[in-house]
Design a binder for this molecule. Structure first.
Ligand code: ATP
Ligand code: MG
Length: 635
């Protein structure tokens, strides 16, 4: 039996048991059979969580682009690797074949070389979702340069901080970007950022808007003429298994973003293997992940995981609301998408809109739906399942982190029976543990506590860039010999996992441990409610109490706030228990979000506890105006 493609539940359990009994052998077989190596490893794994140090496939040699592109040139050179769907539906989509991608990546790699970029140099990529973004990342990997992609919605200050932290020599950007009916002056943002980034020597500029921008003599150059001149032959650099592939900053939901460093072989094996199974990708399928490549979801599941499987992956430049709230479904219909992967924030915002936006499109191509990024509340889960999946496409609720490189706890569609709001079972090779506050592992079922991982997996980040101490204290110091995720979780009576929220947000009220997700779930079920966030604040009697921030589907509905409050409290009492009733419910026009669309509870916690002088690192905050309004208590 091959371990690579799991087809039923019995196989899952067999494969899982094997992956725990003999992890080395398990991963070795997968690595051996499904990837192309310039030289095989001497040792599959060495690890020490105290240092912490983890090495997979020691001394193996490879290049990830040979695995993502070259090995497909013989039998599927004409197969589409990337379908690029532009912001404007009237602009033509592009289909880039594996053969074309090979040429584009080689040309770009030669341009990088001609600008003096060498193995180990850091290149910052600040581009919108255009093909050049994917090509630039692969070109870096081709020559062994380390890419650091910064989401092109970040401010100049956030860009400068990340560029300096990673000590980047080069910046790759564009003359602007489209976002719905707006355009953004990316080059202007770069110019401002670079005033504070003395280490950046060259700026390559892709043309997207044809806008009139300033080019700084001696530093900035248009990309296209350089590509036109470059040779389309570029031998792949020989990389060691543990050579760095990229740096990527976390979302900053809980604090200052961390520059996670991912290395080559383990990351490749892990993203490829998870992609194949979690999406049950079959030859000929069209797969679409709506994330921006600027987040880990995009790195692992738009680019590397799909391409390492020779898949067809959709890259979408636009937003879900342009030209109208039916755009996602229009794209699914247009490209006959088979696997669709998005985030709860997108689902909740589309669920607020008229159902006609969904129903007017043919979604019959869909086989698998996915969600990632935050706990999905039950109401949103059902909306997604009923209206998009038509009750027949399983939803994979995938739990993972920038740090984990790939999906960790998830159903396998058509294999694992799903359960709303549950990430269900660990992926093969993943050994979760639930810990109590005193550092004891809670064995058996029906337990809840802090989620840790007991054993290394190939996709894990190896360090925080140039801050190994932070890596150690954040992930390996809370519990002995464990990777600590920072998330809370429960294991139910059959052994399914549910992520209950961030540990920082788990609130102890009158001696009870309360996760935020189940309470928010109960609030969101009220028909008038769009979204909610629950946080804790100090309380004289209870020690801690709960504060709920609630947005309504229609602002007009806040007319009778007292009744609404009563109904919501009733619902929480019925669904979770009276202990979970918030002390305060504030109706707000919006919730503070990170630029990746996650609720920033740490800001709400500050507001609830009346500590608004210092809101902490707000470089990833999308909507400061909302925070102002909440503080003024205005809708
Ligand atoms: P930072 O680490 O900077 O505070 P972040 O944790 O939001 O930011 P990411 O790595 O983008 O950065 O997100 C990982 C986190 O997202 C997880 O730790 C978890 O809290 C949450 N998450 C991701 N997927 C799921 C899911 N399916 N269910 C519940 N929570 C999820
Ligand atoms: Mg995190």
């Amino acid at each position: 039996m091959s371990n690579y493609h799991i087809k039923n539940l019995e196989e899952y359990f067999q494969v899982y048991r094997k992956s725990v009994r003999d992890p080395q052998n398990f991963w070795e077989e997968i690595a051996e059979e499904h990837f192309s190596w310039q030289k095989k490893w001497d040792n599959v794994l060495s690890w020490d969580f105290n240092k912490p140090e983890v090495k997979w496939f020691e001394n193996a040699k490879l290049n990830i682009t040979e695995n993502c592109i070259d090995r497909y040139l013989f039998n599927r050179s004409d197969k589409t690797a990337i379908i690029w769907e532009p912001n404007d539906p009237d602009e033509e989509a592009q289909h880039i074949s594996y053969g074309e991608l090979h040429k584009k990546v080689n040309k770009f790699a030669n341009v990088l070389k001609s600008k003096g970029i060498k193995k180990g140099d850091r290149v910052c990529i600040y581009l919108p979702m255009i093909p050049e973004l994917a090509v630039a990342m692969l070109a870096c990997a081709r020559i062994g340069a380390i890419h650091s992609v910064v989401f092109a919605g970040f401010s100049s200050k956030a860009l400068a901080t990340r560029t300096n932290d990673a000590d980047c020599k080069m910046m790759i950007t564009s003359d602007g970007s489209y976002r719905g009916n707006k355009t953004i002056d990316l080059k202007g943002i770069v110019d401002k950022a670079l005033e504070d980034c003395p280490g950046v020597e060259n700026v390559l500029v892709a043309k997207r808007l044809d806008s009139d921008i300033e080019m700084k003599e001696g530093r900035d150059e248009w990309l296209q003429p350089l590509l036109d001149e470059a040779s389309d032959v570029c031998e792949a650099e020989t990389m060691d298994a543990e050579d760095p592939l990229f740096i990527l900053y976390t979302s900053g939901s809980t604090g200052k973003p961390k520059g996670m460093l991912h290395t080559t072989a383990g990351y490749m094996v892990y993203t490829a293997y998870t992609f194949k199974n979690v999406f049950q990708y079959k030859e000929g399928d069209v797969y679409w992940c709506t994330a921006d490549i600027g987040w880990i979801t995009g790195h692992s599941y738009i680019l590397y995981g799909p391409l390492a499987n020779g898949a067809t992956t959709v890259m979408f430049e636009g937003v879900p609301s342009y030209p109208d709230a039916g755009r996602f479904w229009d794209v699914v219909d247009k490209h006959k998408v088979n696997q669709f992967y998005t985030a709860p924030t997108a689902i909740r915002s589309l669920a607020k809109r008229n159902i006609e936006f969904v129903e007017s499109h043919d979604l019959s191509s869909l086989k698998v739906l996915g969600t990632v990024g935050e706990p999905i509340n039950e109401e949103a889960w059902h909306w997604y399942n009923d209206n998009v999946g038509k009750n027949k496409s399983p939803i994979v609720d995938t739990w993972w982190q920038t740090e984990t490189g790939g999906i960790m706890i998830t159903p396998i569609p058509y294999v694992t029976p799903v359960k709303p709001t549950y990430a269900t079972l660990p992926f093969p090779g993943v050994q979760p543990a639930i810990m109590d506050e005193n550092g004891n592992e809670l064995k058996g079922n029906q337990v809840d506590g802090r989620l840790c991982i007991k054993f290394p997996w190939p996709g894990m980040a190896r360090t925080v860039w140039r801050d190994h101490e932070r890596y150690k204290t954040t992930y390996f110091s809370t519990f002995e010999n464990m990777y600590f995720t920072g998330d809370g979780a429960l294991r139910d009576e059959v052994g399914y996992y549910r992520i209950t929220g961030r540990v920082d947000d788990v609130i102890i009220v009158s001696g009870h441990n309360l996760g935020t997700a189940p309470i928010e779930d109960a609030i969101d079920e009220h028909p008038a409610v769009a979204e909610s966030a629950v946080v804790g604040f100090p309380h004289e009697v209870k020690g801690n109490a709960l504060y709920a921030f609630v947005t309504l589907k229609e602002v007009g509905e806040s007319r009778n706030q007292d009744n609404l409050r009563k109904e919501i409290l009733q619902q929480i009492g019925d669904k979770v228990g009276p202990i979970a009733k918030p002390e305060k419910i504030q109706f707000v026009s919006g919730l503070p979000k990170t630029r990746s669309g996650k609720i920033m509870r740490r800001i709400l916690r500050k507001i609830a506890s009346n500590q608004t002088e210092d809101l902490g690192d707000t470089s990833t905050l999308l909507n400061p105006e909302v925070v102002e309004k909440i503080m003024k208590n205005s809708l």
